[in-house]
Design a protein around this ligand. Sequence first.
Ligand SMILES: [Zn+2]
Length: 275
Amino acid sequence: MRRAASLFFFIALMPFVAAAVELPRDFVHAHSGAFSQGGMVVLHLTDKTKVKLNGAPLPQVDGRTVLGFGRDAKLTQKLEFQRKGKRATISLSLKKRRYKIQRIDGLPPAMVTPPEEAWPRIARGSKLKKAARATTSRHNGFTEGFVWPTKGRVTGVYGSQRFYNGEPRRPHFGIDIAAPRGTPVKAPASGTVTLAEPDMYFEGGLVFIDHGLSVTSAYMHLDSLKVKVGDKVKRGDVIATVGSTGRSTGPHLDWRMFWRGARIDPALLTDGPPN
Ligand SMILES: [Zn+2]
């Protein structure tokens, strides 16, 4: 009985345990984060070290760089280091994730399959989001670590394959935190607001924060927005309130994280549950 219970907890917590990865001391002072599908890792590099991920150079700020892995990232990734004529190549093995299936029923049909008259609005929204995410500032907010932007019960997790009214759709890339309408949403780390739209078709009230080096966070279904594009925010600043706008069945915050094109699991960036 006890053994079954501990096995259950072991499996339940597996996504939150980072694989033990050794990085060469000549090049890396320290690192934090999860070498996992959906994980993001910050490297604190030694002086004058240059680093590439799968052949692509990684920019730095304050001697730190950041890399991330999408939901279905290849399990083998290559890191190359170079410093004062010395080189090292590391083959990283990512932790493989298993994702849930989630069914959401009772949505208005127009939110499952948008009607043709909504297409221009959806296209405009996509353009805005793409432009906002293309921002690559030198902000160092990503080095601070991330805290939960609000408190509540987790009702949806990263990576789940979703069915809306029984129809298969794209996986869910955020973490859903149920909270009463009007609950403050706080910046989980410092950064600059790159998008603040009150009324997107799917997302409803939507805010993006740029935390530097292509690390962006997103907050969906917001009731009211407290920031505008260009605002600088610090960790803990209130940016919005929880709502149920857009494609939503009740008040909750959908929090998402991006590194370049990769969608990162916010739960891997924080400690413990959001309550
Ligand atoms: Zn969601």
